[in-house]
Design a protein around this ligand. Structure first.
Ligand SMILES: [Zn+2]
Length: 69
């Protein structure tokens, strides 16, 4: 089951929610902060984006490709 990084806007806690893609699509508004129970949360893409970016960079980083290595 994939997990998603969320940040609570009330208590600033970072936490992870495990849900299927289907659950996330249909029940994202039911997700609550695991610390204070607030529904005032937003998905935190930062970590995933960083991983994705570094992967994409790695793929394009080939000899003769104009990058550092
Ligand atoms: Zn909270």
């Amino acid at each position: 089951m994939p997990s998603y990084n969320y940040k609570c806007l009330d208590c600033q806690a970072d936490f992870t929610i495990e849900a299927t893609v289907e659950e996330k699509k249909n029940k994202a508004s039911d997700f609550t902060c695991s610390v204070c129970g607030s529904t005032n949360i937003e998905q935190d893409f930062k970590l995933d984006d960083l991983i994705k970016e570094s992967k994409e960079y790695g793929d394009s980083c080939k000899p003769g490709g104009g990058c550092c290595c």
